[in-house]
Design a binder for this molecule. Structure first.
Ligand code: GSH
Length: 213
């Protein structure tokens, strides 16, 4: 008999930066699925993510990465997919109909594409001092938010009639967009969607980060 959904004997180990939305995405999924986990905060300012031992876990030298009962995995969207397949109900979180699964995948691509290049990049400038084009990132963020607000006008969730990986992957950087100088004020449907995610049982947030002067 399959034991695929049994919880680990040992907690999942999450390597993270507590200010990273990519890491929060994984932590939120762990919390919603009630998977026991522990966090390891990497000293990224001093290059801990480029140490040879860490590169074995995350070959691109990025957070997040996880260790779980002998397996290692990097990339936030890959990790949340793994967690749902391993510990959750994939039919709920990913779907089991071709179009629904494809819609979830579409939003995972948007999270890795437009969300990373828009609200995430804008926040990298203001919170971490990254040498990126802030105005270009804000323009991308506002374009994305305009699309999302229209999309959410007549639906509660991004990809299905219930929360899916699409919503989890999208949440963190949209919720924290104001830290990047991107206002959510003009987007009432996006703000209502954020509130719905925050009302999910066992939701955990990410601490607000101070912005650089
Ligand atoms: N595609 C990756 C992107 C993760 C990512 O960009 N992580 C950033 C922190 S938010 C990082 O580790 N940057 C360090 C570097 O690239 O040197 C994912 O989804 O996990």
């Amino acid at each position: 008999m399959s034991n695929a959904n049994a919880l680990s004997d040992v907690p999942v180990k999450l390597y993270r930066n507590p200010k990273s939305g990519h890491c929060h995405r994984v932590e939120l999924m762990l919390a919603l699925l009630e998977v026991p986990y522990e966090t390891v905060d990497l000293d990224m300012a001093n290059g801990a993510h480029r140490e040879p031992a860490y590169l074995k876990l995350s070959p691109l030298g990025q957070v997040p990465a996880i260790e779980d009962n002998g397996i290692t995995l990097s990339d936030s969207n890959a990790i949340i997919t793994y967690l749902v397949e391993r510990y959750g109900d994939p039919a709920l979180w990913i779907g089991n109909k071709p179009l629904e699964k494809a819609q979830v995948q579409r939003w995972l691509s948007i999270a890795a594409g437009e969300i990373a290049a828009g609200p995430c990049a804008a926040r990298l400038v203001t919170v971490f001092g990254a040498p990126l084009d802030h105005e270009a990132a804000k323009t991308k963020a506002y374009g994305l938010l305009t699309m999302m607000d229209a999309h959410l006008e007549d639906r509660d969730w991004l990809a299905a009639d219930r929360p899916t990986l699409a919503d989890i992957a999208g949440y963190s950087y949209i919720a924290h967009a104001p830290e990047g100088g991107v206002s959510l004020d003009p987007y009432p449907h996006v703000r209502a969607w954020l509130v719905r995610i925050e009302a999910l049982p066992r939701f955990i947030g990410m601490a607000r980060s101070p912005v650089l002067a």
